[in-house]
Design a protein around this ligand. Structure first.
Ligand SMILES: Nc1ncnc2c1ncn2[C@@H]1O[C@H](COP(=O)(O)OP(=O)(O)OP(=O)(O)O)[C@@H](O)[C@H]1O
Ligand SMILES: [Mg+2]
Length: 461
């Protein structure tokens, strides 16, 4: 969910839809929940920028407000109480609320102002690109051919209502792509509702998606609306769809076909207008072949497929991403790291990155805490960078439909290993040759053949 999105906690069921409708009409996409527990759960995974509380029992909510303002990603908090007392207003402000409103109209204005200032200066990521909405294309860094294809597809399909399946390894930016599809499309003013199908146990997932009626099961003490209903007008992001149980796969298929469902324990048919974006790091086609995933559901989801490329297939983006994360963590940690030395960058370029962009982000964050100097050198890199094989390790080479050229793969592999040895030894050929267990002339001959020269200069022996 975008930072400009509003989460409305309203414990007065009768009036709830009105305020939500007013906020949406005022251009503030709003998701509504009925109790503090639900609000905390959603805040944790939706990161809404503004929380508005509409309650006649604000004093009871003080511990909750206090908890919310302690969150790392704390939203601005607006409290609306129609029967305010001075004591209440003071207590709410002390607990950390940003604004206190006495009428729905004042609350809406307050939310609009906050959303406006968030949009103007409060961008969580400043990529430098102008005009992008929160979570939009501007938040995705990449200049590689592989990413150009992704940008092109996002631009083409964002404004349609087509179901999109995003496939890619862990940490490749699938969620970022899903958010961009939403933010760049016509549904951007309505909520983006992510559901991690792999993290929520089967029984719970059903009520999470469809909601439940009061008394539907032991702990269903009140009626709860599900994510499909929350996403009305917006987008549901079904993450790790490959983990969904066969029983839920059937139910999901029906929802995709009819856009109608019943809450768990309910009989009333509910319709909701939402777009579906799904993501998986599994090979769903293989799961279909083995019977793990329903073929009819796969075809429903796979109308447009976007492939999130692994980092080792977009090596040219590594310096850009590294710079971007250095900027981000310099700001967060108040450091002034200027970048990597050419040798360290060369090591980053040859590393296989099994955790993809997320791993790069984590490495940069760690280095900005631990590295002593303003420039990050090879010696600062974690141990595993020195042990790993190059990006083109055998497990990352796939024999695609068109096959592959063996000598080309072997050449790339050899080049990668030599480059790594040279980087580890500061391009001292004697030492690199020793490390590779070849003699110096063989190494020099290969370096000539592969036209390997040291970028950034420095002594070579
Ligand atoms: N191209 C990119 N530009 C900037 N940041 C990126 C890019 N790709 C990924 N990231 C960052 O890397 C991290 C992982 O991205 P994201 O959560 O979208 O990946 P994912 O494919 O959904 O991973 P998983 O399968 O593990 O859920 C996030 O912090 C995200 O912001
Ligand atoms: Mg993800």
């Amino acid at each position: 969910m975008a930072k400009s999105t509003v989460l409305l906690l309203d414990d007065r069921p009768g009036t709830a839809p009105t305020l939500q409708a007013q906020l949406v009409a005022a251009g503030c996409p709003t998701t509504r929940v009925g109790d503090p527990g639900e609000a905390l759960a959603l805040l944790a995974d939706l990161s809404a920028g503004i929380l508005i509380i509409h309650s006649d029992a604000c004093l009871d909510l003080l511990p909750f407000i206090h908890q919310v303002v302690q969150l790392r990603d704390r939203p601005s908090v607006v409290v609306l109480s129609s029967a305010p007392t001075v004591r209440e207003a003071v207590a709410v402000a002390r607990a950390g609320a940003t604004n206190y409103a006495e009428s729905a109209a004042a609350a809406v204005r307050s939310v609009q102002d906050l959303a406006g200032s968030l949009a103007a200066g409060g961008r969580p990521r400043s990529s430098g690109a102008a005009g992008g909405r929160f979570g939009g294309l501007a938040d995705i860094i990449g200049a590689s051919v592989a990413m150009h294809k992704v940008f092109e597809l996002i631009t083409k399909v964002a404004d349609t209502d087509t179901t999109v399946l995003i496939q890619g390894e862990s940490g490749t930016g699938k969620e970022l792509i899903a958010r961009a599809l939403h933010a760049e499309g016509q549904r951007h003013a309505a909520p983006f509702v992510p559901v991690n199908c792999g993290a929520i146990p089967g029984e719970l997932l059903e009520s999470e998606l469809f909601g439940h009626e009061k008394g539907a099961f032991t702990h269903a003490v009140r009626t709860r609306i599900g994510r499909f209903e929350l996403a009305n007008g917006g987008t549901v992001f079904l993450d790790e769809i490959g983990e969904m149980s066969p029983m839920l796969q059937v139910k999901l298929l029906r929802v995709l076909q009819e856009r109608e469902f019943e809450r768990v324990g309910g009989t009333r048919t509910i319709s909701s207008d939402f777009r579906v974006i799904a993501a998986t790091n599994r090979d769903l086609e293989e799961d279909v072949a083995s019977g793990r995933f329903r073929e009819d559901l796969f075809y429903r989801l796979n109308v447009i497929q976007i492939e999130a490329p692994p980092l080792r297939h977009k090596v040219e983006d590594i310096p850009l991403l590294a710079d971007y994360f250095i900027g981000k963590f310099n700001r967060a940690r108040k450091r002034r790291v200027s970048g990597f030395t050419p040798e360290a960058m060369a090591v980053l370029r040859t590393y296989a990155w099994p955790g993809n962009v997320r791993e790069l982000e984590n490495v940069v964050e760690r280095l900005l805490i631990l590295a002593p100097g303003n420039r990050i050198g090879v010696e600062d890199l974690p141990e595993r960078f020195m042990m790993s094989g190059p990006a083109l390790a055998s497990d990352s080479v796939h024999l695609g439909g068109a096959g592959l050229c063996l000598s080309e793969v072997v050449t790339q592999f050899e080049k990668g290993i030599i480059e790594q040895a040279l980087n580890r030894t500061g391009w001292v050929k004697n030492r690199a040759a020793k490390l590779l267990q070849v003699n110096r002339t063989t190494l020099i001959e290969k370096m000539k053949r592969y036209q390997m020269v040291r970028s950034g200069g420095g002594a070579e022996v």
